[in-house]
Ligand binder design. Structure first.
Ligand code: PRP
Ligand code: URA
Length: 225
């Protein structure tokens, strides 16, 4: 298992991180378990969104150095730079389940919804809702949330929509829960400067486009449909 992941990561250019955090491992286990009921599955997604965002933003959140006044003396402080636009793009539906956790850490980020759905036969994604602005500022930092990166078709479409509106892939991060090699390879070829944080890499995408073992249909399980 480790060697297959190692070989995969050697062949792709983009940065893929699987944070070794016990809370991420725990909530991934809860989400994978077929007996987990929908409300608990949604909680697991919220927690995974929170902790994956926490790991992701360590070296992504723009900060500035300043002097502040404590009750006793002046001292230096490192604060979030309010001048740099922060954006979260949840890929509906399933990406909404990660959003709540992400928002607790990025309360000032603007949220732009993108609704994508795969055709169950062809697995080709199509867009049914696009709330992106016509143009993003050049230094906009973008966090995309989508728990499943399977064939990669949906995320490639999301990236194309963002990049044509001025988003820089080098300032863009994706959080996912389970990522599979076809998605990582496609994204790496087109966007080598992209960074992905995922709770797990699973090797198999079956003929129906599901990741194995994966966690099933993330949208249906999040929303009880
Ligand atoms: C799921 C998932 C991703 C996509 C991944 O969405 O949330 O967006 O599939 O598959 P891909 O990498 O092969 O494109 P789905 O189309 O099932 O819609 P949903 O979120 O509304 O359930
Ligand atoms: N979308 C899902 O919800 N699950 C998968 O395994 C693949 C795509």
């Amino acid at each position: 298992m480790i060697s297959i992941h190692f070989k995969l990561l050697m062949t792709i250019q983009l940065r893929v991180y699987v944070p070794p955090h016990p809370l991420i491992k725990h909530w991934l286990g809860v989400a994978r378990d077929v007996s987990t009921p929908s409300p608990l599955f949604k909680s697991a997604m919220t927690e995974l969104g929170r902790w994956l965002t926490y790991e992701t933003i360590r070296d992504w959140l723009p900060t500035e150095e300043m002097m502040i006044q404590s009750p006793l003396a002046a001292c230096p402080a490192t604060m979030i730079n309010p001048e740099v636009p922060l954006v979260v793009v949840p890929i509906l539906r399933a990406g909404l389940a990660l959003l709540e956790g992400a928002q607790t850490l990025l309360p000032l980020a603007s949220i732009y919804h993108l609704g994508l759905v795969r055709n169950e036969e062809t697995l080709e994604p199509s867009c049914y809702l696009n709330k992106l602005p016509n143009q993003f500022q050049p230094n906009t930092h973008v966090l995309i949330t989508d728990p499943m990166l399977a064939t990669g078709g949906s995320m490639m479409l999301a990236m194309a929509e963002l990049v044509k509106r001025g988003v820089d892939p080098a300032l863009t991060r994706i959080i996912s829960v389970v990522a599979a090699p076809p998605a990582l390879q496609k994204l790496s070829s087109s966007y080598p400067s992209l960074t992905i944080y995922t709770a797990m890499i699973d090797e198999i995408v079956n003929d129906q486009g599901y990741i194995v073992p994966g966690l099933g249909d993330a949208g249906d399980r999040s929303f009880g449909t």
